[in-house]
Design a protein. Structure first.
Length: 183
């Protein structure tokens, strides 16, 4: 039997914990015999959207491309987990409206916490003017208005956030449906 797909879209500032949560959720879903693919924003940009810059238009194009790939995966029974800043609310809302089983996960952490976690020093470079169009510093981040899940990574551990995501998927019968169909 064929499993249903879904899109878990993790959005938030750089350093909020999107990639950590995405990979941990993927591992847990794989243990449940779910087909899963993580689409990390940085990796996708490198391989699929390398020619794009960081203007609003280019960022929107990048997010739409990631959304297109996620939808293709979802339509083929894969749970696509997207970890991408995706700073603009309008594009995320468009994806939510045009996708099936779309779950928006706001990975929330205060800017100061994200700056503290920044091992690459990107925030410092952005504040020094070395990086232009950096979300949260010189470019805006528009918080989701109605995300299905809010993971407050400054207050909860990655494991607690992963459990929060999995609990939501179970409550929405997304995991149960997937488990039944893959057996």
């Amino acid at each position: 039997m064929r499993q249903f797909g879904a899109i878990l879209w993790l959005t938030g500032l750089s350093g909020a914990g999107k990639t950590t949560i995405a990979h941990s959720v993927a591992q847990e879903l794989q243990k449940r015999n779910c087909l899963v693919e993580v689409l990390d924003g940085d990796v996708v940009r490198t391989h699929l959207c390398a020619a794009l810059g960081f203007s609003k238009q280019d960022r929107d194009t990048n997010v739409r491309r990631i959304g297109f790939v996620a939808q293709l995966l979802s339509c083929n029974g894969v749970i696509a987990i997207v970890a991408a800043i995706s700073p603009y609310r309008e594009v995320r809302e468009q994806l939510k409206k045009t996708s099936t089983n779309f779950v928006e996960v706001y990975v929330q952490a205060p800017l100061a916490v994200c700056e503290f976690r920044d091992v690459k020093g990107l925030y410092a470079k952005a504040k020094a003017g070395e990086i232009k169009h950096f979300t949260g510093i010189s470019d805006p981040y528009e918080e989701p208005l109605n995300p299905e899940i809010i993971c407050q990574t400054d207050k909860f551990t990655p494991e607690q956030c992963v459990k929060q995501v999995l609990d939501y998927l179970e409550q929405q019968n997304l995991i149960c449906a997937l488990e039944l169909l893959t057996k």
